[in-house]
Write a protein that binds this ligand. Structure first.
Ligand code: FPP
Ligand code: ZN
Length: 328
């Protein structure tokens, strides 16, 4: 595969601007939006710190402060809320574990309590609920299995049953939906393929059929959509590409066209990425713009692990990676 060079593209990656944007995310406490997103604070920290790592400047954040905040979000039930004093949910529990792994401070958390929280959310059919209220979604299967793998405690749940449930969510087109009989969606495909990779059961996937469906997500402007007939969106650079990478079909995408699309979603003044050119930037799309570029082999970026959506260096420290994925 030919090496990607910065000069190939009319627009360059605004690394300095993005780092400034990421560093200043916490300085907007006088703005309404900061408080409206309070419930997602823990997710936001994960999105920001992962993007900073891939841009090779994790030091823009204070890992000690971050760890302190994360630990303050753990509840009596062992799970984590999106902010201090918020109810536990698997979505925040995964972000908490991911940030602690990145900060290398996992030893500071009560792991047994986290394992207890996660394992109690498995249902008799193998699926996982997101929290005590019971909503089931393949996103939660991924969150639970990723958390437990990072804690080296997959033994705490019924893995064959979890796989059986994910298999039931597989569709005739090779993709996966949020629950049984739900239509294929690239975000859910990332969750299902990632979960299967975590438990070393990628044999369940029809890689050619799924790879074809995923490759068809690329639109004439180079961007990727999440489902047929939908608009392109930078976050699908992640959901689609990571899935293709896990099943070794990332070369089925036109990488130059996709890099051009991702770069066109940057705001060169404020830093950050938006879902598509000209929209407002946010930290979620900034993470997936940067991780998409990393998977595509754009220069001067650290490597991202396609299964865990975390820096490869952090995953290597945990010693849990089962195989090497082609980055293109
Ligand atoms: C699309 O969401 C994305 C998904 C459904 C996947 C979400 C995955 C997780 C929460 C697992 C954890 C993720 C990581 C990266 C570790 P959307 O609501 O934007 O979908 P839409 O485009 O259809 O609106
Ligand atoms: Zn999006």
């Amino acid at each position: 595969m030919s090496e990607i060079k910065v000069e190939q593209f009319p627009v360059k990656l605004e690394t300095e601007k993005h780092l400034k944007y990421l560093k200043e995310l916490n300085n907007h406490q006088d703005e309404l939006e900061y408080w409206l997103t309070e419930a997602l604070r823990l997710n936001g920290i994960y999105w920001g710190v992962t993007a900073a790592c891939i841009l090779k400047h994790p030091e823009i954040y204070d890992f000690k402060e971050m760890t302190k905040f994360i630990l303050s979000c753990q509840n009596e039930d062992g799970g984590f809320g999106g902010c201090t004093d918020h109810d536990s949910h698997l979505l925040y529990t995964l972000s908490a574990i991911q940030v602690l792994v990145i900060c290398d401070t996992l030893s500071e958390v009560d792991k047994d309590k986290v394992v207890e929280y996660v394992s109690k959310l498995q249902n008799p059919d193998g699926s996982f609920s997101g929290d005590e209220w019971g909503e089931v979604d393949t996103r939660f299967s991924y969150c639970a299995l990723s958390c437990l793998k990072m804690l080296h405690r997959l033994d705490a749940v019924d893995v064959p049953k979890a796989v059986e449930y994910i298999k039931k969510c597989m569709n005739f087109d090779g993709g996966f939906g949020s629950i049984e009989s739900a239509e294929s969606h690239s975000g859910q495909i990332f969750c299902c393929v990632g979960a299967l990779a975590i438990v070393d059961r990628l044999d369940v996937v029809d890689a050619d059929k799924l790879g074809w469906w995923l490759a068809e997500r690329q639109l004439p402007n180079g961007g990727l959509n999440g489902r047929p007939e939908k608009l392109e969106d930078v976050c699908y650079s992640w959901w689609v590409l990571s899935s293709l990478s896990i099943i070794d079909r990332i070369h089925w995408i036109n990488k130059e066209k996709l890099i051009n699309f991702i770069l066109s979603c940057q705001d060169a003044d404020t830093g950050g990425f938006s879902d598509r050119p000209g929209d407002m930037v946010d930290v979620f799309h900034t993470l997936f713009g940067v991780t998409g570029l990393s998977l595509l082999g754009y220069p001067n970026l650290d490597k991202i692990d396609p299964v865990y959506c975390m820096p490869v260096s952090a995953i290597e420290r945990l010693n849990i990676k089962t195989r090497t994925y082609n980055q293109i």
